[in-house]
Write a protein that binds this ligand. Structure first.
Ligand code: SF4
Length: 362
């Protein structure tokens, strides 16, 4: 069983449902641009983003997580598949079938925060212009005075001084710039925020401040987050569920505590072993060093794409690609893994669970 809903196009609690999402890029050569191959950036991805949750999409650079997020907001049109979005009791909308004009309304409710707060903010615009621009485009204010009031409120919301609204981005630190980017993303009162590596470019201490702010805003405003990250350490205390991507596919998805303590895919086990252990009193986890390079999405190996780097690979792995199936988590939770031996391998996670690790860090 793949991770699809039992109730049709969308899960009961889903605000976004991604179904059979595919994004392939042709590889062309010569003046006649003859197609000689295809890069499978996203290859049949399925998941639900449930209302009010934080779902982390994690994997190494080039695994397809950012392309997936761009296909959700239709910044890149998928090759095939569907992205359903539902507001309250309304009928689900398939964003992949919408024209540019129709998408404007949906994009009010799904906003993105990008990785680099230095390049994502126009240096020639003031905070008033940067944060106020979406409000003006969507005609959500009627006067300049109302715009100033709304932008000042948004600056307060992200814990910035509202008197700075006529200043330019260069006057702010990296963490403050990311707060400005968050204020801009929240200006249209969205339901869903996609944070694409939103803290990766920041110092570790500043990362924690921004993660705490995002958590507070989620509770305050009832937001749903899709949190894209290359590092499992960043998301382990933030996410309700984690989806791990490798070579354009989801290879494991489950509740965060369950996935970190009882991983069911060798790739997840290796990522967990590489995450720093914050508690100096607990035994250090042995690091699993992955041999070889990340799979090339333009030239994927046969069978399981992870097999050249997997220390548990057997002959079957080289011939047959595993399906993403529910192998069942503890306490009856769903826990999906794409590994032939998910139910027999004894993989190592975080002993004692995330809460004990968190307590050790306090
Ligand atoms: Fe490793 Fe085989 Fe499982 Fe792939 S299917 S993750 S190669 S054990």
């Amino acid at each position: 069983m793949t991770e699809t809903s039992e109730s049709g196009v969308m899960g009961d609690r889903a605000i976004i449902s991604v179904r059979n999402l595919v994004k392939h890029f042709p590889v062309e050569t010569g003046i006649l641009r003859r197609q000689v191959g295809v890069v499978k950036a996203v290859d049949n991805v399925n998941f639900d983003l449930n209302e009010g949750e934080t779902l982390a999409l994690v994997g190494e650079s080039g695994c397809g997580k950012t392309t997936t997020s761009h296909c959700i907001i239709q910044a890149q049109r998928p090759t095939s598949g569907q992205v359903f979005f539902r507001l309250g009791d309304d009928e689900p909308m398939d964003l992949t079938q919408m024209e540019k004009g129709e998408l404007k309304g949906a994009r009010r409710n799904i906003r993105m925060i990008y990785q680099d707060p230095y390049s994502s903010l126009n240096p020639r615009m003031t905070l008033l212009q940067i944060i106020g621009e979406p409000l003006a485009i969507h005609r959500m204010v009627e006067s300049q005075e109302e715009l100033r009031v709304r932008v000042a409120d948004l600056l307060r919301l992200v814990r910035l001084d509202p008197s700075t609204l006529n200043r330019y981005p260069h006057a702010f630190s990296g963490g403050q710039r990311q707060r400005i980017a968050i204020a801009r993303a929240l200006s249209l009162s969205p339901k869903v925020v996609i944070a694409d590596e939103a803290v990766s470019a920041l110092d570790v201490s500043v990362q924690a401040q921004i993660l705490n702010l995002l958590k507070e805003l989620q509770h305050q405003l009832g937001l749903t987050y899709l949190f894209v990250a290359h590092n499992l350490a960043v998301v382990k205390y933030e996410a309700d569920r984690v989806a791990v991507m490798y070579a354009g596919k989801i290879v494991e998805i489950g509740e965060t505590e369950e996935l970190y303590t009882s991983p069911r895919h060798p790739y997840t086990e290796a990522l967990i072993s590489a995450a720093p252990n914050p508690d100096p009193d607990t035994k250090h986890r042995a690091r699993i060093v992955l041999a070889g390079e990340v799979a090339d999405p333009g030239n994927l190996p046969a069978g399981c794409a992870f097999h050249p780097r997997c220390r548990y690979a057997e002959d079957r792995c080289r011939q047959e690609a595993p399906e993403l199936v529910d192998v069942g988590g503890s306490e009856g939770q769903s826990h999906f893994s794409a590994c032939h031996f998910a139910e027999s391998l004894e993989l190592t996670g975080i002993a004692g669970g995330l809460q004990s690790e968190k307590r050790g860090n306090e």
